[in-house]
Each structure stands twice: as structure tokens, then as C-alpha cells.
Design a binder for this molecule. Structure first.
Ligand code: DX5
Ligand code: ZN
Length: 227
């Protein structure tokens, strides 16, 4: 199956957010990635539940809320109420990760855990059986427009092997530095969902760029089925 493209609205024009999201939808995006930052866990401040609730009204695409915040447990309920379909929390930020994951699931929302680039895969050992997806950071979180850290690709491949063996229903998402030029290489690592922000929203042609990336993902999936 082709990987799903998840445009990150972090790089959208916030003054015309609904229209930008609609363009990615028309281009074949499968999810809308919502980057939530608090100025504590990461050195940047972005958006929260109110913007998520506003997005809920303009798109039927699943809203994928990536919480880069300290004490995420405190805010999970607000994002559930706002209409999130997926919520992910950083293992580096969640003190009581098991409780937080179950709080997300009790809200009827898919639960993910996020690993920073330097956090090893074995941080998943005790939580793999409880989650719906793993989000691997391929940049240090905080800002859009950074370069993909190459070691994230080997990490994704290693996680794919592990999940195929131990938890085949758990999905892999990757986030940071994905462009039109490397999206096929990233997808070939066996990831299911691919986040891309500045490459889409900074391209001057949101719909066209989304289409080009989605087409590459479809072609890759087709080739893999035939070989
Ligand atoms: C980084 C965010 C990413 C980021 C992706 O902290 O989690 O979602 O916005 O943006 P690009 O694709 O520009 O790296
Ligand atoms: Zn993100």
C-alpha cells in the first residue's frame, strides 16, 4: 500500500489556513499534520486546540496532532474535544507515558509515541503493545524547513523489521526534512505516513507539489507490488 502524505500546516499561511489545507486535500493528501509547540519542550510556540477545532470544520481528512509540549497528559483531553483523529506524544516529554497513551485511546483517538532523532528504538520496548503508531523525528523538533538527518532512515528501516515481526498493526510515521526530491527514498524505508511542511507550503504551488509527492508514493507502491 502506498504511504500516506501528511502535510504539516506549520509552514502554511496562517492567515489563509483553511484554503491552504483545502489545496493539499485537492492534491491527494491523506492526513493533516498539526504541529503543537509550547516554547518549553521545544524552542518555538505554535498552535493549540482552538486552531485544531477550526480545522475540523474545514476538512474531513484525519487531523494528526503532534504534541511537542511538556506535560502532554494535561492537554490530551482538549485535543480529543477539538476533533483530533490521531495524537502523538514524545517519549522524552511524557512522564507517565502509559497513562497518557491510554488517555488518548479512551478518547477514541489513535495514539502515537514520538522519538527524537537521538532517542533509541528501545524506548518503545514497554509501550509497543499499547500504541497505534510510532512517529520518528527525522529533524530535531521545533522548526520547519530543516534538513533530514540521514540516520533517521536506517532507524525507520530497523523499526519496520521489528514491527513486521512483533507488532504488524503499528504504523510508522516520519517527520522532518522530506521534500519532492527525497520522498521516494524515505518511503522506501517502509514508512506508512510521511509528514512534509515547507516543501509543500513553501513551493508556491501547494496543490501541484502535493500531487507530485503523492504520485511518487503511488508509483513506488506499484513497483514494489510488481517486483
Ligand atoms: C518539526 C515538526 C515538523 C515540521 C516538518 O518540529 O514536527 O512537522 O514542521 O516540516 P518540514 O517538512 O519543513 O521539515
Ligand atoms: Zn510534526
Amino acid at each position: 500500500m502506498a504511504a500516506v502524505l501528511a502535510p504539516s500546516i506549520l509552514s502554511a499561511d496562517f492567515a489563509r489556513l483553511g484554503a491552504d489545507v483545502k489545496e493539499t486535500e485537492a492534491g491527494g493528501a491523506g492526513l493533516i499534520h498539526v504541529d503543537v509547540m509550547d516554547g518549553h519542550f521545544v524552542p518555538n510556540i505554535t498552535i493549540g486546540p482552538d486552531v485544531t477545532a477550526a480545522l475540523r470544520k474545514v476538512t474531513d481528512l484525519p487531523l494528526d496532532c503532534h504534541l511537542m509540549i511538556a506535560d502532554p497528559d494535561r492537554y490530551v483531553g482538549d485535543f480529543v474535544k477539538a476533533g483530533a483523529d490521531m495524537i502523538s506524544v514524545h517519549v522524552e516529554a511524557a512522564t507517565h507515558l502509559h497513562r497518557t497513551v491510554h488517555r488518548i485511546k479512551e478518547g477514541g483517538v489513535k495514539a502515537g509515541v514520538v522519538l527524537n532523532p537521538a532517542t533509541p528504538l528501545n524506548a518503545l520496548d514497554e509501550i509497543l503493545g499499547d500504541i497505534d503508531f510510532v512517529l520518528l523525528m527525522s529533524v530535531n523538533p521545533g522548526f520547519g524547513g530543516q534538513k533530514l538527518i540521514p540516520s533517521a532512515l536506517a532507524k525507520a528501516r530497523a523499526l519496520r523489521v521489528r514491527l513486521d515481526r512483533e507488532a504488524p498493526d503499528v504504523r510508522i510515521e516520519i517527520d522532518g526534512g522530506v521534500t519532492v526530491d527525497n520522498v521516494a527514498e524515505v518511503a522506501a524505508c517502509g514508512v506508512d505516513m510521511i509528514v512534509s511542511g515547507s516543501a509543500i507550503f513553501g513551493s508556491g504551488d501547494i496543490r501541484g507539489t502535493t500531487e507530485r509527492m503523492v504520485r511518487q508514493l503511488a508509483e513506488l507502491a506499484e513497483r514494489e507490488q510488481t517486483c
